[in-house]
Design a protein around this ligand. Structure first.
Ligand SMILES: [Ca+2]
Ligand SMILES: [Ca+2]
Length: 82
């Protein structure tokens, strides 16, 4: 029982951490926490694959929250705050 309780506790602690690392919800249409090029282009058709690659700092093919913030600060992606 003790082990199950501590696992539940860890899971509960992890959830807020994920919530803090969310990408803009209006862009993340499948809500998986990262943006694909399709999701970016759905809102910003002017973003090219080259532009997306420039934003994808770790080159894993998706943008996480840090990369979105960096892209917006660099002017590569328009701000999403309405
Ligand atoms: Ca997504
Ligand atoms: Ca990435």
């Amino acid at each position: 029982m003790k082990k199950i309780a501590s696992l539940t506790c860890v899971a509960a602690l992890c959830l807020p951490a994920f919530a803090l690392a969310e990408v803009p919800a209006d862009l993340d249409t499948d809500a998986d926490g990262v943006l694909t090029i399709d999701e970016v282009q759905a809102s910003f058709p002017e973003v090219t694959s080259d532009g997306f690659s420039a934003m994808d700092l770790n080159a894993d093919g998706v943008l996480d929250e840090d990369e979105v913030v960096a892209a917006q600060e660099a002017g590569l992606m328009p701000p999403t705050e309405s």
